[in-house]
Ligand binder design. Structure first.
Ligand SMILES: C[S@@+](CC[C@H](N)C(=O)[O-])C[C@H]1O[C@@H](n2cnc3c(N)ncnc32)[C@H](O)[C@@H]1O
Length: 178
């Protein structure tokens, strides 16, 4: 993955679901997993959130810090691997993933979900934006088995209640599936 050009998913626009979430929840602590150049971290900070983002591409984090400086907001953007890191902070009121989880190899996804449970506040919300696939083994995306995997972890009552998945269908329509 390269940050030499403008990656096609780097729209620089915060999606309406996150804007709605911000409008309907008091500011708290947020973490964006695979934050890229931090567009959504900056948006959260602009609305009073204590916002952090992790991405393992140093160039993305450097770009994000520059954007945050220009926007005059205080954010915590750092280079790290969301799977390997042992200190992601938390608990967070909001954990966000826009386009990161669905690209992870299947073998790493259980570790991601375990980390998530550790860092998400019991009353917290997890927002996942992902492409869906029926064959996650071969085609990047989130399958039904993935969604079931989110429900199989420990404190599932609160977790399931807080899980929102926004999938992008093949036709390009966005719709909530969880
Ligand atoms: C499709 S991009 C989305 C970026 C950003 N969330 C956005 O919506 O603009 C996926 C991002 O996840 C990051 N990523 C993928 N696997 C990661 C990992 N294991 N640890 C940290 N970042 C990761 C990539 O570097 C990339 O910036």
């Amino acid at each position: 993955m390269s940050y030499l050009g403008n990656p096609p998913w780097e729209s620089g626009i915060t999606p309406p679901e996150l804007i709605d979430f911000i409008a309907s929840h008091p500011p708290g602590r947020a973490l964006d997993l695979g934050c890229g150049s931090g567009t959504n971290v900056i948006t959260l900070a602009q609305h009073g959130w204590q916002a952090a983002g992790i991405d393992y591409i140093p160039r993305a984090i450097r770009a994000g810090r520059k954007k945050a400086h220009h926007a005059d907001v205080d954010v915590n953007l750092r280079v790290d691997d969301i799977i390997k890191t042992e200190n992601m902070g938390g608990p967070y009121d909001l954990v966000l993933d826009m386009g990161c989880y669905h690209g992870l190899p299947l073998s790493l996804r259980p570790a991601y979900r375990r980390n998530l449970i550790d860092i998400l506040d019991k009353e917290g919300t997890y927002l996942l934006y992902a492409l869906t696939t029926e064959d996650a083994e071969h085609i990047p995306g989130v399958s039904q088995a993935d969604i079931d995997g989110f429900s199989q972890i420990g404190r599932m009552e609160f977790f399931l209640a807080q899980l929102h998945i926004f999938a992008i269908s093949e036709s390009g329509d966005n719709h909530g599936i969880g």
